[in-house]
Every structure is written in structure tokens, then in C-alpha cells.
Write a protein that binds this ligand. Structure first.
Ligand code: WTA
Length: 652
């Protein structure tokens, strides 16, 4: 079998000299150490990196796999790791640099962060009665108060669940109910493209009827009018004034939950991915240090939203745990024009810039020559995350943005992995376009054959797995032990034992480099947002005229993947107005999930290709959406004629 070879770019020599991991020998040494003495390796870093209130006595308890305990007996507090421990040497260093949509700026030092988080924690504890273990939903725009809220929860031991601000009231309600949250923290709204938009009304809608939520805290951001429910809603700006600036950090067990983050799976119901304290923060910090190689005086910017895992690990927890300066940006990268990010890079002298392929494609398409207008010489490392990046976008990023001197770290990971698992190291790994390269030191990442569990060879495809539990691995699906085991440890076995399966397909090249090829399940990546097709289907089914629906992904020039829905309507007397019907369906999606899940294409089909046992053949539907020829045998379908009919309609 011929193995694809891609051009190789060696690390920048000057950069490597001062990098934390300087060459592939150092990489290999670390990986060998982990392979030979797994617990010794992790125990070493947990001791070195984390500030313990009480030391741990056992590195890992694997007896109950896949329920694994790390750093048993250890006590710590993640907010202390992210803030207090820096006060001695970095109290006046910028912890967060905030830039608003309209260009307003704010710098928050570590000392200020400490006071702000303590006050926030006191408010939650004293005024709202939030206790250790309580769930707090955070539905916030990209403003520093979102980070304070997360860290305040961590400080008092409450479990936060951040819900992305683009989710609808229904989606928010589902997440609130599943987590049984007692408090919601939100804002009146924020600004986007110079215009105010609202969040508080969405919360009001989500809390209608029975709700576990007792109190809502509203941060003022855009100053627009909002309605207040007496006894439930409180103004952050008022209550915060009365709070003491010190708040003792709760002593947390290494395995006490830190947060839940809901993500899409292969059923209609999102999963509350649970991460715990010590293991998560350890790997967040280590990957920040290794993969971005942020130095003491650097300024690091990740453009994600705090509503996604990237925002958790690489805007808030990772950068702050290592004592870095992290930039938070409220706006969109193309407003007022596609030079906005580069203007910010110049102004703040950004050293590491981390974004999604979708953003790179948009910036490339709409502002190809914008980077040349700014001084981008401060940049050292560029990162991408969330979906496979295509070679043209990679090339533009490398040359036009990075000036052919910056490493591109194509970081592969997931909500469930807590932090990066496969990624280049900027000072060590020779990189190839659109290739995540190698597992990070300590991560036993392997591409396995799903049938035999054998590690696949060069040029062969298989399933991306991790064969040993690692500290920042998902600890559970909130309230559903079975789903946790079945979702991640059911599909692939190595030497007869279940291993963690990511849900992604991948292949090795001749150098053993890993390229991620995309999901093998019914999850699609729309603009880097992870979306379960079953979730979109469940939403569309709520439309009263819909009899049947199947949703698949379709390659999209900017978004990576777009959403393609095949809809069978109940009334078979033809569709009066297709456009109106499409609008109506998208309206249901908007209500049930939010704008991020709107369909790019809707095809009103006469029926769906099904097996005689009633299973929808999605493979056929995916091929039709892509305009590919159908190669599989369709003669065994319940009604083979439906395939040709749909194909003809799709071509129109
Ligand atoms: C995809 C985002 C290719 C993958 C951090 C994974 C990627 C899903 C990459 C997780 C990458 C993430 N190359 N694909 N570098 N990074 N993915 O949970 O399909 O929102 O399973 O976490 O994004 O999405 P999630």
C-alpha cells in the first residue's frame, strides 16, 4: 500500500534552543519514561507541578477501570493552583487581558483576579448559599466575569457547568435540569459586531415551569433593560460591592468534581462530561507549558469561547495554572474587518495564537492580504483545534500569518480528554501540514484495528484510541454510569481489554505520524462545534409536519462540515412552499438547540433508504449529500427505488 508523504517543516532552531522540550530525543525520553514507569512519571509531575494542601499517597488506582482514581489522598484547590500560588512572584502580572467587541480594553492582574474571584466566591457562598458539590450553570458572554465565575466555583468546591451562549432556551433548560443546577450565572447580554445581544431573556425562558434553579445572578455588560424576577434574580454589580476580598479555598479531594461540560454524542441527549480536580488541572498546565511553550513574559491568545472545552482548558485553567497572561476576546474575528485578529496580535504583541480551522478559512477567504498589513513578528507558535485543517488553510496560516517561522501545533483532543492528546511540540517535532503528528509524552495514543485490536501499520486506517487511562481523562457522564462505560470503552479492545476510544478515525504515515480523519460515529463538526446528528434529528422531529428525518454531515468550504437534513413530511399531498417549510424547520432547530445547528441543506424526500428491519442507511445518505456514487448493494433495502429518487432530487 502506498503511504502518503507530506512535506516536512523542521522546528525553528532559535525557538528550539529555549523550548521546554528541545528535540525529539527529549520527547522520546519522556515517552519512554512514561511507558516504563507510568505511575512514577505521573507521580513526578503531579508533585512538581501542583500545589498540594495535603500530599497524595497513591498515584493511580485502576482496580475499577474505567473508573480510575488519580492522586489518592491528595488535597488541593484548583483556584489556588491558578491564582494564589502566583501571588508571591506574579501579583502585578497581567493574568487576563480583555478586549471587548467595541475595542474596550481591561487588564486584570493576578492580585486583582485573586480579589475578584474571592469576592465572587463569597457572594455565591454567603448570599446564594452555594455549597461544595452544588451545580452552578454559567451562561455567559466572553467577559472576564465568566472566568471569575468558574474560578469562584472552583474555590468553594461547587461544580460549574458552562453552557455556550449560542444555545437556545430549550438547550439551556435541558442542561440545567440534567445537572440539577441550583444557581445560574448570566449577563444581561453582550456586544457582537457593535450591536447588543441578549442572554438574560433566554435564561428567563429556560426557567419557566418547574426548575431546580433558585437564584440567578446577572452581570451587567451591555446595559440593556432586562426583566427581574423578585427573590430569584440578583444584580452581580450590586451584590459584589459588599463582599470581603478574601475567601478561604475549600480543601478538595484530588478526585472531587471540578466541572461538567455537556457535549454531543450519538444519541439525542447531550452528555454531561465530568472532569475532576487534580488530574485535569495537572494536564491542562503541562500541555500549556509543552505545546504552547509560553514563557514568563509572553502574551497568549486563544480565540475559543469559554462555553467549549477549549475555552475551559486553554483560556482559563491551563494558562492561569501556569501563571501566563491570557487574552479574552468578546468579539468576532471578522469585525470590523478580517484584520481584527492581526491588529490585536500587533497591539498586544501576542506570542502564541490558537484558533479553529473554520476561523482560519474565513480569515483566509475574506482577508487573504490582511496579515501583511500588521507587524506579526511577536508570534512564535500558532495553534489549531477542533477539526481537521485542510492543507490550503494550513499553508496560508503558516506563511502569511506565521511568516514561515512559527510552528503550527495541530492539537488533537476532545471534551472528554480534558487536554491535548496528540500534537506537535513546537521546539521538537518536525511538522507536516494538516497532521496532528504524535501522542504527547505520557499519552498512550494508538490507532487500533476495531476488529482485532491490533495496532495498524503505516498507510492503514483505524480507530484513534488511548490504551491507558491518563490523569485528565473523563471521569464520568453525569448521572449515567452505563453511558460512560458504553460510550468510550465499549468498541475497541486491546489484548482483550477495553481501551478508551475517541470516536475518531485516524491513520499512520510512514513516519508513524497520526492524521485524524474525522468521526466514525454520528457526530459532525460544524465550524468546529461538535454536533450530534441525533440531536438535530430530535429537534426537527418536533415540527408537527415531519414524519421522518435523517441528518448527515456534508463537506462545507468554510465550516468544515455543514448540516444536511433529509426530511419526510407527513402530508403526502406535495409541499406548498418548500422555502417556507425549510424556514419553519430551521425555526424549530433554533428554538430547540440554537443557531449553531441550523441546516445548510434540507431535502424533502419521498422516503428514506432503510433496511428491511427499519434501520436508516446513513452511509447512502452521506454519499448522496456529498454527490458521490453509491457503491453498496441497495437491492436488500425495503424500497430500493427511493435511492434513485433522492439522488435525482439532490442533483437538482
Ligand atoms: C475533532 C474540541 C482533527 C475530533 C477540542 C474530536 C479534531 C472532536 C482536532 C472533539 C484536530 C479536535 N484534528 N480533528 N486537531 N481537534 N478534532 O469535544 O473529531 O468539541 O473528536 O473538543 O473534534 O470536539 P470537542
Amino acid at each position: 500500500m502506498s503511504v502518503e508523504t507530506k512535506p516536512v517543516f523542521k522546528p525553528n532552531r532559535e525557538f528550539s534552543k529555549n523550548a521546554r522540550i528541545k528535540n525529539m530525543c527529549e520527547y522520546q525520553d519522556l515517552q519512554d519514561w512514561a511507558t516504563e514507569d507510568y505511575e512514577g512519571y505521573w507521580g513526578h509531575f503531579a508533585k512538581e507541578k501542583l500545589t498540594w494542601m495535603k500530599p497524595f499517597t497513591n498515584v493511580m488506582d485502576n482496580q475499577n477501570f474505567p473508573f480510575v482514581n488519580w492522586f489518592e489522598g491528595g488535597k488541593l484547590n484548583v483556584a489556588v493552583q491558578c491564582i494564589d500560588r502566583h501571588l508571591e512572584s506574579r501579583k502585578n502580572k497581567a493574568a487576563i487581558i480583555f478586549e471587548g467587541d467595541r475595542g474596550d480594553k481591561k487588564i486584570i492582574t493576578y492580585l486583582e483576579l485573586y480579589y475578584n474571584v474571592n469576592q465572587f466566591a463569597n457572594l455565591l457562598k454567603n448570599d446564594f448559599g452555594v455549597k461544595k458539590g452544588d451545580r452552578v450553570v454559567i451562561y455567559m458572554p466572553m467577559i472576564p466575569e465568566a472566568a471569575y465565575a468558574m474560578l469562584a466555583c472552583a474555590r468553594i468546591g461547587a461544580i460549574h457547568s458552562v453552557v455556550f451562549g449560542g444555545f437556545s432556551a430549550e438547550a439551556l433548560k435541558d442542561r440545567i435540569e440534567d445537572a440539577e443546577a441550583k444557581v445560574v450565572i448570566t449577563a444581561d447580554g453582550a456586544f457582537r459586531k457593535d450591536k447588543p445581544y441578549m442572554l438574560k431573556p433566554v435564561v428567563d425562558e429556560a426557567l419557566k415551569g418547574n426548575t431546580p434553579v433558585q437564584k440567578v445572578l446577572v452581570v451587567e455588560r451591555n446595559g440593556e433593560d432586562v426583566t427581574w424576577v423578585a427573590g430569584r434574580d440578583y444584580s452581580y454589580n450590586e451584590l459584589i460591592k459588599n463582599q470581603k476580598v478574601t475567601c478561604e479555598a475549600e480543601e478538595m479531594d484530588a478526585e472531587d468534581p471540578l466541572f461538567l461540560l455537556y457535549t454531543s454524542g450519538s444519541t439525542g441527549k447531550p452528555k454531561g462530561v465530568q472532569h475532576n480536580s487534580a488530574g485535569y488541572i495537572l494536564w491542562a498546565q503541562m500541555t500549556m507549558e509543552w505545546v504552547f511553550d509560553v514563557k514568563e513574559n509572553d502574551t497568549y491568545w486563544c480565540t475559543a469561547d469559554v462555553g467549549w472545552i477549549t475555552g475551559h482548558t486553554y483560556i482559563v485553567y491551563g494558562p492561569l495554572a501556569m501563571g501566563a497572561t491570557t487574552v479574552m476576546f468578546e468579539g468576532v474575528p471578522t469585525y470590523p474587518d478580517a484584520g481584527r485578529p492581526w491588529k490585536m496580535v500587533e497591539e498586544y504583541k501576542i506570542n502564541q495564537f490558537y484558533t479553529a480551522p473554520t476561523a482560519i478559512r474565513v480569515l483566509h477567504k475574506t482577508g487573504e492580504n490582511e496579515p501583511a498589513k500588521y507587524d506579526l513578528s511577536s508570534l512564535k507558535v500558532l495553534g489549531t483545534v477542533g477539526e481537521p485543517i485542510d492543507p490550503p488553510a494550513w499553508k496560508w496560516y503558516y506563511e502569511a500569518v506565521g511568516g514561515s517561522k512559527c510552528a503550527i501545533v495541530d492539537t488533537y483532543w476532545q471534551t472528554e480528554t480534558g487536554g491535548h492528546i496528540v500534537s506537535p511540540l513546537p521546539g521538537a517535532t518536525p511538522i507536516k501540514p494538516a497532521c496532528a503528528t504524535l501522542p504527547l509524552p505520557g499519552i498512550m495514543g494508538e490507532i487500533l484495528d476495531p476488529e482485532t485490536g491490533r495496532k495498524v501499520g503505516a498507510g492503514e486506517s483505524g480507530y484513534m484510541c488511548v490504551t491507558r487511562p491518563w490523569p485528565s481523562m473523563i471521569r464520568g457522564v453525569w448521572g449515567d454510569k452505563d453511558r460512560f462505560v458504553k460510550s468510550y470503552f465499549g468498541d475497541v479492545k486491546k489484548d482483550g481489554k477495553p481501551v478508551y476510544f475517541t470516536g475518531d478515525g485516524a491513520n499512520y504515515d510512514a513516519d508513524g505520524y497520526i492524521t485524524i480523519t474525522g468521526r466514525t460515529d454520528d457526530v459532525i463538526n460544524v465550524s468546529g462545534h461538535r454536533m450530534g446528528t441525533a440531536e438535530v434529528e430530535a429537534a426537527i422531529k418536533k415540527h408537527p409536519n415531519v414524519a421522518e428525518v435523517a441528518v448527515v454531515g456534508k463537506p462545507h468550504e468554510i465550516k468544515g462540515e455543514g448540516i444536511f437534513a433529509y426530511v419526510v413530511l407527513k402530508a403526502d399531498d406535495g409541499i406548498a412552499d418548500e422555502l417556507e417549510e425549510m424556514k419553519a424547520i430551521n425555526k424549530v432547530i433554533q428554538k430547540e438547540i440554537g443557531n449553531i445547528a441550523l441546516c445548510d441543506d434540507i431535502l424533502f424526500a419521498p422516503g428514506l433508504p432503510k433496511t428491511r428491519s427499519g434501520k436508516i442507511m446513513r452511509r447512502i445518505l452521506r454519499a448522496i449529500a456529498k454527490g458521490e456514487a453509491i457503491t453498496q448493494d441497495i437491492s436488500t433495502l425495503e424500497d430500493p427505488s427511493v435511492v434513485a429518487k433522492i439522488e435525482a432530487m439532490a442533483k437538482k
